[in-house]
Design a protein around this ligand. Structure first.
Ligand code: FES
Length: 106
């Protein structure tokens, strides 16, 4: 089973094929996902520190818009776990004092 590491925080196993945003949330990371996982809000974005991920999708590029964001981030609601990853999580519900958003569908 792939291992996901949230840099400087925790490492956990995640089933292959599970959406990264759900793997993070189920591991206790209060990641934001304000649009419910439909590639609109970008609050679920993560920086891939290491590990292999598929090429960025057209939906992600459209949502992230800014070339600097496109270069640096991926939308965790659009990524499925395929191998070991180390990530930095951009948005936390607790840090921003807001609800994380509706749970994305599997
Ligand atoms: S873009 Fe909104 S939850 Fe991923």
């Amino acid at each position: 089973m792939p291992q996901i590491t949230v840099e400087n925080e925790k490492t956990f196993d995640a089933p292959e094929g599970k959406k990264l945003v759900l793997a993070l949330e189920d591991a206790g990371i209060d990641i934001l996902h304000r649009c419910g996982g439909i590639a609109r809000c970008t609050t679920c974005r993560v920086e891939i520190v290491s590990g292999d991920v598929p090429p960025i999708s057209a939906e992600e590029i459209e949502a992230l818009e800014d070339p600097d964001l496109i270069e640096k981030y991926r939308l965790s609601c659009q990524l499925r776990v395929a191998s070991d990853l180390t990530v930095r999580v951009w948005g936390r519900a607790s840090a921003q004092g807001i609800e994380p958003g509706g749970r994305p569908e599997d």
